[in-house]
Ligand binder design. Structure first.
Ligand code: CP
Length: 336
């Protein structure tokens, strides 16, 4: 049984298959492939786009979605094997995953890390436990990666750039008042490299390199595609001639859980907001962000409100790519 936990586990051709199916949905193809089927959407964190697009996507495919607020409306969950459950958790994932599996055909989970201990949180314990104990496919709605966002981004890039192989992609760290999850940055790195883009990462300091799991995966992906991966702190060099710019803010892993020490490094990126002046250095690049996004902190109004901005299209693509993922996983032999 196949899950959709990270695109790192899926081949480029399988991902392109999902993108092709998503493009068909985007072009108006109708399917009732979830007729009589259900999906549980389990949210440990807030959402606007993910919650709406999964619920509507399941409905459009003839299925039924049940949205569960895991931080208030369901029992607090434990995921560690062998835990003595004398704390706040009332239920173990071992039971919750199997019970939900007896009701629904797919389980989708959003569970951000706690920002306390990267060594344990990088193992993605909650969704990993669900995938182990569920008897139906599990979909990642954002944990330490955001694979559905990756597909939505790639669909937008392919629509605007055609074949993205060999095109130059800039993942730029942008300012934000507080350290954020690295999930979308990890994901942007994975998908751009997997599809053979020359990836540049612009960071305020080398300590903003992403976890080596993702840096190494990206390096092997670009090598396999004859592309390149570079990390720079030079704003002008980073923007020069690129075809696509992707904005994300994230916390520096070495300061994980002790964020006060990160402030002096964060300050080095104070002028990293995407502006028309920076965009003028590019090859008339498109620019995007996963949303939600703080205007005039991450990206200036003049860029967000320009035709180059793909953030709304990317968010719209979530509906189509997730329909492709749900349909593909629900139709697996032996998954029902
Ligand atoms: N990009 C994204 O996942 O949006 P939400 O957090 O609103 O779901």
């Amino acid at each position: 049984m196949r899950h959709f936990l990270s695109t790192a586990d899926w081949s480029k051709s399988d991902l392109q298959g999902l993108l092709d199916r998503a493009q068909a949905f985007k072009s108006g193809e109708v399917s009732r492939s979830l007729e009589g089927k259900s999906i549980a959407l389990l949210f440990f964190n807030p959402s606007l786009r993910t919650r709406s697009s999964f619920d509507i996507g399941a409905h459009q495919l003839g299925g039924h979605a049940i949205v569960l607020d895991a931080k208030g409306a369901t029992w607090p969950l434990e995921f560690s094997d062998g835990a003595i459950m004398d704390g706040t958790a009332e239920e173990h994932v071992r039971e919750a995953a199997r019970v939900l599996s007896s009701y629904v055909d797919l389980i989708a989970i959003r569970c951000f890390p706690d920002f306390k201990d990267w060594k344990s949180e990088r193992e993605d314990p909650m969704i990993t436990a669900f995938a182990e104990h569920a008897t139906v496919p599990v979909i990642n709605m954002e944990t330490i990666v955001h694979p559905c966002q990756e597909l939505a981004l790639m669909l937008a890039l392919q629509n605007h750039l055609g074949d993205v192989k060999g095109k130059d992609f800039l993942l730029t760290w942008v300012p934000h008042p507080k350290p954020l999850n690295t999930a979308v940055a990890n994901s942007a790195l994975l998908i751009a490299s997997k599809f053979g883009m020359n990836v540049r990462m612009l960071v305020p300091d080398e300590i903003y390199r992403l976890d080596d799991r993702y840096m190494s995966a990206a390096q092997s992906f670009v090598e396999a595609e004859g592309a390149s991966l570079t990390v720079t702190t030079d704003v002008e060099a980073a923007y020069s001639g690129v075809d696509a710019v992707y904005a994300k803010s994230w916390g520096a892993i070495p300061f994980y859980g002790q964020w006060e020490g990160e402030a002096e490094y964060r300050a080095k990126g104070a002028d990293f907001m995407i502006t028309p002046e920076k965009m003028a250095l590019t090859n008339q690049a498109v620019v995007s962000h996963c949303l939600p996004m703080r205007r005039n902190v991450k990206i200036a109004d003049a860029v967000v409100d320009s035709p180059a901005f793909l953030g709304i299209e990317e968010a719209g693509n979530r509906l189509h790519v997730q329909k492709a993922v749900m349909e593909t996983l629900a139709s697996q032999d032996g998954s029902q």
